[in-house]
Write a protein that binds this ligand. Sequence first.
Ligand code: MLT
Length: 313
Amino acid sequence: TTAAPKRVLICDEMNPGNLDFPGFELEYEGNLPREEILRRLPDFDALITRSRTKVDRELIDAAGPRLKVIGRGGVGVDNIDLDYASLRGLLVLNAPESNNVSAAELAIMHLMAAARGLTRSDAKTRAGDWDRKFLGLELKDRTLGIIGLGRIGSMVADRAQGIRMNVVAYDPYVPESKFERLGVKRAATLDELLAQVDAVTVHTPLTDETRGMLGEAELAKLKPGSIAVNAARGGIIDEQALVAALNSGHLFAAGIDVFVDEPPTPDHIFLHAKNLGITAHLGANTVEAQERVGAEIVDRVLAALQGDVSKGA
Ligand code: MLT
């Protein structure tokens, strides 16, 4: 007798690529409502999500005993209750590299857009106000502070050096040798970084340690006229504090790709803040990244279901 096929549910928007693997049944439902996920999950061996689906206790409990693997089509696993998943013996896998270039490019885009007033000029011009008085900032010879010098932070450093910025980073988990190799100056503390930069960008996961890492006190330590970018996770830069620093004019501008609650409600404070450019969590959304992410996470999940856990996170 042949074994029953292992079933995999892909419940968030992605490019899963080839779904035809012998011995497996892959089902792609780009935007499956949560109730449907909860209802159907007991019939699957693995679930693949992006950040939209919260893999919390309720969802894991709804799954029942058949579910073995949770795949995250992307880097951040903050949408998954890792403790509870591990308690229930679930293997959690991500796609740690496939979208890094796209994320880094989006952070640089936000930095440049903030420096040159892209969103305010766009809005004014559309409103019939041909405002050529606005003066932006040249980035060459200014200092970019990168918080988190992991895969994405390192790529941001390299791109920023390409536009001739000086780069300083704060990351207590990265060895000195990596700073040297990247030609990035090391800040021993967060305060040391904040005091010397003209722009700051965060590239850490969202954890209890990084949530609100740039709050009111930290933003106040930036030089007046600085730029802040968050293309990592909502809340690493405190939302209220960022808006206050923008509206008071302490910050020149900011760029935001991520919100604490996504999607934001129409009255979200960011939507009325001064000099803030916004994108809708699009860091990983390129043709290239989504092709790679889909292929990588499907490959890792199927390997794990076949019993090859050497590819585990
Ligand atoms: C990630 O953590 O890689 C991003 O959130 C990707 C995504 O948009 O799903």
